[in-house]
Design a protein around this ligand. Sequence first.
Ligand code: SF4
Ligand code: MG
Length: 300
Amino acid sequence: MGRTIGYVKAVDDINITLYQGETFGLVGESGSGKSTVGRTILRLHDKTAGEIRFQGKDLYALSPQELRQLRPKMQLIFQDPYSSLNPRIRVGDAIGEALLDHKLVPKDKIREVVTEVLTSCGLSAYHYDRFPHEFSGGQRQRIGIARALALNPELIIADEPVSALDVSIQAQIINLFKKLQVSRGLTYLFISHDLSVVEHLCDRIGVMYLGSMVEMGTRDDLFLRPLHPYTKALLSAVPIPIPKLKRERIVLKGDIPSPMNPPSGCKFHTRCPFAVERCSSEIPLFREIEQGHHVACHLV
Ligand code: SF4
Ligand code: MG
């Protein structure tokens, strides 16, 4: 593993160490707390306990000025970049604004730098002077990525960045993420409810359920040797062609309970097909089962 770039201990004792240049996928249904983890890392959220480190610095101990300096290094990409684009501002100017804001590029160089970043995201100089409504969904996500990238970040937190797109467009955007990672040495925290999306992109994956991490490991750990019943259920619901792997279909009972009032013991026990008596009273520890492969389940 490479150099540690970030470390997060946020929602309910979740520990994630991010290594430089890797893609860490955070997976779970909506309400599982995965976006909260992302936002806590960026200090868009106040954490209640724990610790977030980025490049060795405790983010919550920084002064506003220090935080401002660090901000460009950590960028967030949303599911719907359109909602964060001002409809009356030309796309190139919107991207340039952030650069000016952070005094990263002199004013007379903005067009050049923004055009370069648009181009690296599969757009072109032509798109600089267009308005957000002139773009398709996939192109808008390219703009969202370009805007994040313009600040020359090291860590990108992408929260469901392809969920709103058609499958064919999803693949293009995922390929763009991959390409940019290689050319720029980026580290990604990739948040998604969709395992088939993270499968193509992530080196390591964490599965969350109601604010807790239930399993974490390499992509192969999760896809070939899943241990937690929730991970198995998520996997069994997506058609991923791994021929050697015979997967039993696990259908979960009911909906995800409210995160405000989670079940006792193992939070998953109300839906787990394998639950035994102790599951409703005893919280399973999140333990390392094999190297780098962690799981929280009494039966493992
Ligand atoms: Fe299911 Fe019990 Fe394991 Fe929780 S601890 S996942 S309820 S078997
Ligand atoms: Mg979310």
